[in-house]
Design a protein around this ligand. Structure first.
Ligand SMILES: [Zn+2]
Length: 424
Protein backbone atom coordinates (compact mmCIF):
# COMPACT_ATOMS: atom_id res chain seq x y z
CA UNK A 1 0.00 0.00 0.00
CA UNK A 2 1.25 3.42 -0.91
CA UNK A 3 1.05 5.55 2.25
CA UNK A 4 0.36 8.66 0.19
CA UNK A 5 -2.75 7.06 -1.30
CA UNK A 6 -4.05 6.23 2.16
CA UNK A 7 -3.41 9.77 3.37
CA UNK A 8 -5.14 11.25 0.34
CA UNK A 9 -8.12 8.97 0.77
CA UNK A 10 -8.56 10.14 4.36
CA UNK A 11 -8.04 13.79 3.44
CA UNK A 12 -10.83 13.41 0.86
CA UNK A 13 -13.16 12.22 3.65
CA UNK A 14 -12.73 15.37 5.70
CA UNK A 15 -16.41 16.31 5.49
CA UNK A 16 -17.50 12.79 6.33
CA UNK A 17 -15.24 12.84 9.38
CA UNK A 18 -16.71 16.15 10.51
CA UNK A 19 -20.27 14.86 10.06
CA UNK A 20 -19.63 11.62 11.93
CA UNK A 21 -18.07 13.54 14.84
CA UNK A 22 -21.06 15.90 14.90
CA UNK A 23 -23.58 13.06 14.74
CA UNK A 24 -21.93 11.42 17.75
CA UNK A 25 -21.72 14.66 19.76
CA UNK A 26 -25.40 15.42 19.12
CA UNK A 27 -26.33 12.31 21.10
CA UNK A 28 -25.98 13.54 24.69
CA UNK A 29 -24.51 10.45 26.35
CA UNK A 30 -24.08 12.18 29.68
CA UNK A 31 -22.70 10.05 32.49
CA UNK A 32 -23.81 9.93 35.21
CA UNK A 33 -26.54 8.82 34.82
CA UNK A 34 -25.72 7.23 31.45
CA UNK A 35 -28.13 8.91 29.02
CA UNK A 36 -28.73 7.80 25.42
CA UNK A 37 -26.22 4.97 25.32
CA UNK A 38 -28.42 2.86 23.02
CA UNK A 39 -28.77 5.38 20.16
CA UNK A 40 -25.06 6.15 20.30
CA UNK A 41 -24.06 2.47 20.25
CA UNK A 42 -26.51 1.93 17.37
CA UNK A 43 -25.12 4.80 15.36
CA UNK A 44 -21.68 3.20 15.47
CA UNK A 45 -22.99 -0.32 15.03
CA UNK A 46 -25.15 0.50 11.99
CA UNK A 47 -22.35 2.35 10.32
CA UNK A 48 -19.81 -0.42 10.80
CA UNK A 49 -22.31 -3.12 9.82
CA UNK A 50 -22.87 -1.32 6.52
CA UNK A 51 -19.10 -1.58 5.96
CA UNK A 52 -19.06 -5.34 6.44
CA UNK A 53 -18.35 -5.59 10.15
CA UNK A 54 -20.10 -8.16 12.36
CA UNK A 55 -21.79 -6.16 15.07
CA UNK A 56 -22.94 -7.11 18.56
CA UNK A 57 -24.74 -5.02 21.15
CA UNK A 58 -23.83 -6.09 24.65
CA UNK A 59 -25.60 -4.80 27.72
CA UNK A 60 -23.60 -5.10 30.93
CA UNK A 61 -26.55 -6.17 33.05
CA UNK A 62 -26.18 -5.60 36.75
CA UNK A 63 -23.06 -3.41 36.58
CA UNK A 64 -23.09 -0.11 38.53
CA UNK A 65 -25.81 2.20 37.22
CA UNK A 66 -27.36 -0.37 34.88
CA UNK A 67 -31.18 -0.26 34.77
CA UNK A 68 -33.91 -0.44 32.17
CA UNK A 69 -34.01 3.34 32.21
CA UNK A 70 -30.19 3.62 31.85
CA UNK A 71 -28.99 0.39 30.23
CA UNK A 72 -25.20 -0.01 30.01
CA UNK A 73 -25.11 -0.79 26.27
CA UNK A 74 -21.80 -1.45 24.55
CA UNK A 75 -21.17 -2.13 20.88
CA UNK A 76 -18.49 -4.46 19.50
CA UNK A 77 -17.74 -4.76 15.78
CA UNK A 78 -15.37 -7.10 14.04
CA UNK A 79 -14.04 -7.37 10.50
CA UNK A 80 -12.16 -10.56 9.81
CA UNK A 81 -10.01 -10.52 6.69
CA UNK A 82 -9.69 -13.56 4.42
CA UNK A 83 -5.93 -13.66 4.92
CA UNK A 84 -4.36 -14.37 8.28
CA UNK A 85 -2.83 -11.44 10.10
CA UNK A 86 -2.85 -9.62 13.40
CA UNK A 87 -5.85 -8.20 15.24
CA UNK A 88 -6.01 -4.48 15.92
CA UNK A 89 -8.70 -3.30 18.31
CA UNK A 90 -9.88 0.30 18.63
CA UNK A 91 -11.68 1.13 21.86
CA UNK A 92 -13.47 4.39 22.55
CA UNK A 93 -15.79 5.39 25.36
CA UNK A 94 -19.10 6.82 24.20
CA UNK A 95 -19.98 8.52 27.48
CA UNK A 96 -19.26 12.17 28.24
CA UNK A 97 -19.31 14.19 31.44
CA UNK A 98 -22.05 16.75 32.08
CA UNK A 99 -21.80 19.99 30.11
CA UNK A 100 -21.66 22.26 33.17
CA UNK A 101 -21.94 26.03 32.82
CA UNK A 102 -19.86 28.66 31.06
CA UNK A 103 -20.43 27.60 27.43
CA UNK A 104 -20.57 30.05 24.51
CA UNK A 105 -22.07 27.29 22.33
CA UNK A 106 -24.86 24.77 22.75
CA UNK A 107 -22.76 21.88 24.13
CA UNK A 108 -24.70 19.29 22.13
CA UNK A 109 -25.09 21.17 18.82
CA UNK A 110 -21.56 20.36 17.59
CA UNK A 111 -21.05 23.83 16.12
CA UNK A 112 -18.36 24.13 13.45
CA UNK A 113 -16.41 27.37 13.63
CA UNK A 114 -12.87 28.47 12.71
CA UNK A 115 -11.69 25.00 11.84
CA UNK A 116 -12.97 23.47 15.06
CA UNK A 117 -15.97 21.49 16.23
CA UNK A 118 -17.28 22.66 19.61
CA UNK A 119 -19.25 20.53 22.01
CA UNK A 120 -19.16 18.19 24.98
CA UNK A 121 -17.25 15.09 23.94
CA UNK A 122 -15.70 16.54 20.77
CA UNK A 123 -12.23 16.02 22.25
CA UNK A 124 -13.05 13.45 24.94
CA UNK A 125 -13.55 11.41 22.86
CA UNK A 126 -16.08 11.28 20.04
CA UNK A 127 -13.69 13.02 17.65
CA UNK A 128 -11.20 10.21 18.27
CA UNK A 129 -13.86 7.55 17.73
CA UNK A 130 -14.88 9.15 14.43
CA UNK A 131 -11.23 9.38 13.32
CA UNK A 132 -10.71 5.69 14.07
CA UNK A 133 -13.86 4.73 12.13
CA UNK A 134 -12.78 6.76 9.09
CA UNK A 135 -9.26 5.30 9.35
CA UNK A 136 -10.47 1.69 9.30
CA UNK A 137 -13.05 2.33 6.55
CA UNK A 138 -10.43 3.95 4.34
CA UNK A 139 -8.09 1.01 4.82
CA UNK A 140 -10.77 -1.45 3.78
CA UNK A 141 -11.74 0.61 0.73
CA UNK A 142 -8.17 0.73 -0.55
CA UNK A 143 -7.33 -2.84 0.40
CA UNK A 144 -10.51 -4.96 0.49
CA UNK A 145 -8.39 -8.06 1.10
CA UNK A 146 -6.71 -6.55 4.13
CA UNK A 147 -5.28 -9.39 6.20
CA UNK A 148 -5.95 -9.82 9.91
CA UNK A 149 -8.86 -8.54 11.93
CA UNK A 150 -10.08 -5.04 12.66
CA UNK A 151 -12.12 -4.67 15.82
CA UNK A 152 -13.99 -1.78 17.27
CA UNK A 153 -15.62 -1.30 20.63
CA UNK A 154 -17.74 1.66 21.72
CA UNK A 155 -18.01 1.35 25.48
CA UNK A 156 -19.85 3.03 28.32
CA UNK A 157 -18.99 4.44 31.72
CA UNK A 158 -15.31 5.30 31.28
CA UNK A 159 -16.01 8.52 33.13
CA UNK A 160 -17.35 6.59 36.10
CA UNK A 161 -14.72 3.86 36.28
CA UNK A 162 -15.46 1.71 33.23
CA UNK A 163 -17.06 -1.18 35.14
CA UNK A 164 -20.03 -1.58 32.79
CA UNK A 165 -17.83 -0.88 29.78
CA UNK A 166 -14.26 -1.99 29.18
CA UNK A 167 -13.87 -3.87 32.48
CA UNK A 168 -16.97 -5.91 31.68
CA UNK A 169 -15.92 -6.58 28.06
CA UNK A 170 -12.56 -7.79 29.37
CA UNK A 171 -14.32 -10.12 31.80
CA UNK A 172 -16.44 -11.49 28.94
CA UNK A 173 -13.31 -12.20 26.91
CA UNK A 174 -13.80 -9.57 24.20
CA UNK A 175 -10.58 -7.80 25.11
CA UNK A 176 -8.08 -10.47 25.95
CA UNK A 177 -4.54 -11.21 24.96
CA UNK A 178 -5.76 -14.55 23.59
CA UNK A 179 -7.73 -12.87 20.82
CA UNK A 180 -6.34 -9.35 20.36
CA UNK A 181 -2.78 -8.35 19.45
CA UNK A 182 -2.80 -4.56 19.61
CA UNK A 183 -5.11 -1.96 21.16
CA UNK A 184 -5.39 1.73 20.36
CA UNK A 185 -7.60 3.95 22.53
CA UNK A 186 -8.20 7.27 20.73
CA UNK A 187 -8.34 9.40 23.89
CA UNK A 188 -7.39 13.06 23.44
CA UNK A 189 -3.68 12.91 24.13
CA UNK A 190 -2.78 15.28 21.25
CA UNK A 191 -2.06 14.19 17.68
CA UNK A 192 1.73 14.00 18.15
CA UNK A 193 1.90 12.04 21.41
CA UNK A 194 1.78 8.34 22.19
CA UNK A 195 0.43 7.62 25.66
CA UNK A 196 1.90 4.50 27.23
CA UNK A 197 -0.08 4.27 30.46
CA UNK A 198 -1.01 5.92 33.69
CA UNK A 199 -0.03 6.47 37.30
CA UNK A 200 -1.68 4.43 40.03
CA UNK A 201 -4.56 5.58 42.23
CA UNK A 202 -5.45 4.91 45.83
CA UNK A 203 -8.53 6.50 47.37
CA UNK A 204 -9.14 6.08 51.06
CA UNK A 205 -11.28 7.47 53.84
CA UNK A 206 -9.68 8.45 57.10
CA UNK A 207 -11.96 8.97 60.07
CA UNK A 208 -10.83 10.36 63.38
CA UNK A 209 -13.05 9.78 66.39
CA UNK A 210 -13.88 11.96 69.34
CA UNK A 211 -16.37 12.23 72.18
CA UNK A 212 -19.39 14.49 72.02
CA UNK A 213 -19.88 17.11 74.76
CA UNK A 214 -21.34 20.60 75.23
CA UNK A 215 -19.48 23.22 73.18
CA UNK A 216 -19.21 25.53 76.16
CA UNK A 217 -17.25 22.86 78.02
CA UNK A 218 -15.09 21.28 75.28
CA UNK A 219 -12.72 19.95 77.95
CA UNK A 220 -15.44 17.43 78.82
CA UNK A 221 -15.34 16.00 75.30
CA UNK A 222 -12.68 15.17 72.76
CA UNK A 223 -12.70 16.88 69.36
CA UNK A 224 -12.39 14.63 66.32
CA UNK A 225 -11.72 17.77 64.26
CA UNK A 226 -8.67 18.70 66.33
CA UNK A 227 -7.41 15.14 65.92
CA UNK A 228 -7.84 15.45 62.16
CA UNK A 229 -6.01 18.77 62.36
CA UNK A 230 -3.05 16.92 63.81
CA UNK A 231 -3.17 14.51 60.86
CA UNK A 232 -3.27 17.42 58.40
CA UNK A 233 -0.24 18.88 60.14
CA UNK A 234 1.55 15.56 59.77
CA UNK A 235 0.72 15.63 56.05
CA UNK A 236 2.22 19.12 55.75
CA UNK A 237 5.33 18.56 57.82
CA UNK A 238 6.18 15.06 56.75
CA UNK A 239 4.14 13.42 53.97
CA UNK A 240 4.03 16.21 51.38
CA UNK A 241 7.80 16.90 51.58
CA UNK A 242 8.40 13.15 51.31
CA UNK A 243 6.15 12.79 48.24
CA UNK A 244 7.93 15.68 46.52
CA UNK A 245 11.18 13.69 46.63
CA UNK A 246 9.66 10.72 44.79
CA UNK A 247 10.23 11.23 41.08
CA UNK A 248 9.36 8.76 38.38
CA UNK A 249 11.07 7.59 35.23
CA UNK A 250 7.56 7.42 33.69
CA UNK A 251 7.18 10.31 31.20
CA UNK A 252 4.08 11.70 32.92
CA UNK A 253 2.57 14.91 31.57
CA UNK A 254 2.22 17.58 32.78
CA UNK A 255 5.62 17.84 34.44
CA UNK A 256 4.08 18.49 37.89
CA UNK A 257 2.62 14.98 37.87
CA UNK A 258 6.03 13.36 37.46
CA UNK A 259 6.14 12.84 41.22
CA UNK A 260 3.83 11.26 43.76
CA UNK A 261 0.85 13.47 44.55
CA UNK A 262 -1.86 13.61 47.19
CA UNK A 263 -5.12 15.50 46.98
CA UNK A 264 -7.56 15.89 49.84
CA UNK A 265 -10.86 15.42 48.05
CA UNK A 266 -13.08 16.32 50.98
CA UNK A 267 -13.16 16.95 54.69
CA UNK A 268 -16.23 16.75 56.91
CA UNK A 269 -16.31 17.21 60.66
CA UNK A 270 -18.97 17.86 63.26
CA UNK A 271 -22.62 18.47 62.67
CA UNK A 272 -24.19 18.41 59.24
CA UNK A 273 -24.70 21.98 57.98
CA UNK A 274 -27.27 21.42 55.25
CA UNK A 275 -30.05 23.23 57.08
CA UNK A 276 -30.98 26.80 57.98
CA UNK A 277 -30.19 28.31 61.33
CA UNK A 278 -27.31 27.90 63.68
CA UNK A 279 -25.65 24.63 64.61
CA UNK A 280 -25.96 23.31 68.13
CA UNK A 281 -22.92 23.72 70.37
CA UNK A 282 -21.31 20.31 70.40
CA UNK A 283 -17.83 18.88 70.31
CA UNK A 284 -17.37 16.86 67.09
CA UNK A 285 -17.30 13.12 67.64
CA UNK A 286 -16.31 12.30 64.06
CA UNK A 287 -14.26 13.84 61.28
CA UNK A 288 -13.82 12.23 57.87
CA UNK A 289 -11.38 12.93 55.10
CA UNK A 290 -11.19 11.39 51.62
CA UNK A 291 -7.71 11.26 50.15
CA UNK A 292 -6.72 10.73 46.52
CA UNK A 293 -3.16 9.48 46.28
CA UNK A 294 -1.60 9.10 42.81
CA UNK A 295 1.42 6.83 42.81
CA UNK A 296 4.26 5.83 40.54
CA UNK A 297 5.29 2.58 38.94
CA UNK A 298 8.33 2.62 41.25
CA UNK A 299 6.10 2.59 44.37
CA UNK A 300 4.50 -0.61 45.68
CA UNK A 301 0.92 0.01 46.78
CA UNK A 302 1.52 -1.47 50.24
CA UNK A 303 4.26 1.13 50.82
CA UNK A 304 1.91 3.89 49.66
CA UNK A 305 -0.71 2.76 52.16
CA UNK A 306 1.82 2.25 54.95
CA UNK A 307 3.00 5.86 54.69
CA UNK A 308 -0.45 7.04 55.71
CA UNK A 309 -1.10 4.33 58.26
CA UNK A 310 2.27 4.97 59.96
CA UNK A 311 1.40 8.62 60.45
CA UNK A 312 -1.91 7.60 62.01
CA UNK A 313 -0.20 5.08 64.26
CA UNK A 314 2.39 7.64 65.38
CA UNK A 315 -0.43 9.99 66.34
CA UNK A 316 -2.13 7.20 68.24
CA UNK A 317 1.06 6.88 70.28
CA UNK A 318 1.80 10.56 70.74
CA UNK A 319 -1.63 12.14 71.03
CA UNK A 320 -3.93 11.49 73.89
CA UNK A 321 -7.31 10.06 72.85
CA UNK A 322 -6.38 9.73 69.17
CA UNK A 323 -8.42 6.99 67.50
CA UNK A 324 -8.95 6.44 63.81
CA UNK A 325 -10.18 4.15 61.09
CA UNK A 326 -8.75 3.87 57.59
CA UNK A 327 -10.89 2.48 54.81
CA UNK A 328 -9.84 1.65 51.22
CA UNK A 329 -12.26 3.02 48.64
CA UNK A 330 -10.64 2.44 45.26
CA UNK A 331 -7.33 1.37 43.83
CA UNK A 332 -5.72 1.07 40.42
CA UNK A 333 -2.18 -0.08 39.78
CA UNK A 334 0.04 1.93 37.44
CA UNK A 335 0.35 0.65 33.86
CA UNK A 336 3.15 1.28 31.44
CA UNK A 337 3.36 -0.23 27.97
CA UNK A 338 6.88 -0.76 26.71
CA UNK A 339 7.72 1.92 24.19
CA UNK A 340 9.28 -0.77 22.01
CA UNK A 341 5.93 -2.63 21.77
CA UNK A 342 4.92 -2.80 18.09
CA UNK A 343 1.76 -0.72 18.60
CA UNK A 344 3.78 2.09 20.20
CA UNK A 345 6.49 1.96 17.57
CA UNK A 346 4.17 1.81 14.57
CA UNK A 347 2.04 4.71 15.79
CA UNK A 348 5.22 6.69 16.45
CA UNK A 349 6.46 5.94 12.94
CA UNK A 350 3.14 7.00 11.45
CA UNK A 351 3.30 10.29 13.39
CA UNK A 352 6.70 10.93 11.82
CA UNK A 353 5.30 10.19 8.36
CA UNK A 354 2.15 12.29 8.70
CA UNK A 355 3.34 15.18 10.84
CA UNK A 356 7.03 15.18 9.99
CA UNK A 357 8.16 15.27 13.59
CA UNK A 358 9.20 12.95 16.37
CA UNK A 359 6.38 12.00 18.73
CA UNK A 360 6.53 12.39 22.47
CA UNK A 361 5.94 9.29 24.56
CA UNK A 362 3.82 10.27 27.55
CA UNK A 363 2.01 8.83 30.54
CA UNK A 364 -1.34 10.13 31.73
CA UNK A 365 -1.55 11.71 35.20
CA UNK A 366 -4.99 10.13 35.71
CA UNK A 367 -6.46 6.80 34.73
CA UNK A 368 -8.46 5.68 31.72
CA UNK A 369 -9.72 2.34 30.44
CA UNK A 370 -6.24 0.98 29.67
CA UNK A 371 -6.13 -0.10 33.33
CA UNK A 372 -8.80 -2.77 32.74
CA UNK A 373 -7.27 -3.97 29.47
CA UNK A 374 -3.96 -4.34 31.28
CA UNK A 375 -5.20 -6.03 34.47
CA UNK A 376 -8.26 -8.00 33.41
CA UNK A 377 -7.49 -8.62 29.74
CA UNK A 378 -3.78 -9.11 30.51
CA UNK A 379 -3.24 -7.34 27.22
CA UNK A 380 -0.16 -5.18 27.46
CA UNK A 381 0.20 -4.00 23.85
CA UNK A 382 -2.07 -1.05 24.40
CA UNK A 383 -1.62 2.68 23.94
CA UNK A 384 -3.78 5.78 23.84
CA UNK A 385 -3.48 7.90 20.75
CA UNK A 386 -6.02 10.38 19.43
CA UNK A 387 -6.85 13.94 18.43
CA UNK A 388 -7.86 16.67 20.82
CA UNK A 389 -6.06 18.55 23.53
CA UNK A 390 -6.08 16.76 26.88
CA UNK A 391 -6.46 19.99 28.88
CA UNK A 392 -9.79 20.74 27.13
CA UNK A 393 -11.44 17.53 28.28
CA UNK A 394 -14.34 18.21 30.69
CA UNK A 395 -14.07 22.03 30.25
CA UNK A 396 -16.65 24.49 28.84
CA UNK A 397 -16.19 25.21 25.11
CA UNK A 398 -14.46 21.88 24.61
CA UNK A 399 -13.46 21.50 20.96
CA UNK A 400 -11.49 19.38 18.54
CA UNK A 401 -9.50 20.84 15.64
CA UNK A 402 -10.61 19.51 12.25
CA UNK A 403 -7.05 19.35 10.89
CA UNK A 404 -6.09 17.33 13.95
CA UNK A 405 -8.97 14.92 13.35
CA UNK A 406 -7.78 14.30 9.80
CA UNK A 407 -4.10 13.97 10.77
CA UNK A 408 -4.85 11.53 13.58
CA UNK A 409 -7.05 9.40 11.29
CA UNK A 410 -4.12 9.23 8.86
CA UNK A 411 -1.76 8.19 11.65
CA UNK A 412 -4.18 5.49 12.87
CA UNK A 413 -4.68 4.13 9.35
CA UNK A 414 -0.97 3.94 8.54
CA UNK A 415 -0.13 2.30 11.85
CA UNK A 416 -3.01 -0.18 11.56
CA UNK A 417 -1.96 -1.20 8.07
CA UNK A 418 1.53 -2.02 9.37
CA UNK A 419 0.19 -3.88 12.40
CA UNK A 420 -2.38 -6.12 10.69
CA UNK A 421 0.30 -7.10 8.17
CA UNK A 422 2.44 -8.21 11.12
CA UNK A 423 5.19 -5.68 10.47
CA UNK A 424 6.95 -5.10 13.74
ZN1 LIG B 1 -11.86 10.13 27.82
Amino acid sequence: MNPDLLRERIASKRDELIELTRDLVRIPTVNPPGEAYIPCAELLGQRLRSRGFDVKYLRAIGTPGDSDRYPRMNVVAKHKGKQPGKTVHFNGHIDVVEAGSGWSFDPFAATVKNGRIYGRGTADMKGGIAAAVIATESLLELEPDLPGTLEFSGTVDEESGGYGGVAWLCEQGYLSRDTVDHVIIPEPLNKDRVCLGQRGVWWAEIETKGRIAHGSMPFLGDSAIRHMGAMLEAFESSLYPHLATKKTAMPVVPEGARQSTLNINSLHGGQYEGHDGLPAPVVADSCRMIIDRRFLIEEPLDVVKAEVRNLLDELTESRRGFRYSLRDLFEVHPTLTDRSAPVARKVAEAIRTVLGRDPDFVVSPGTYDQKHIDRIGRLHNCIAYGPGILDLAHTPDEYVGIDDLVASAQVMALATWQLVHGHE
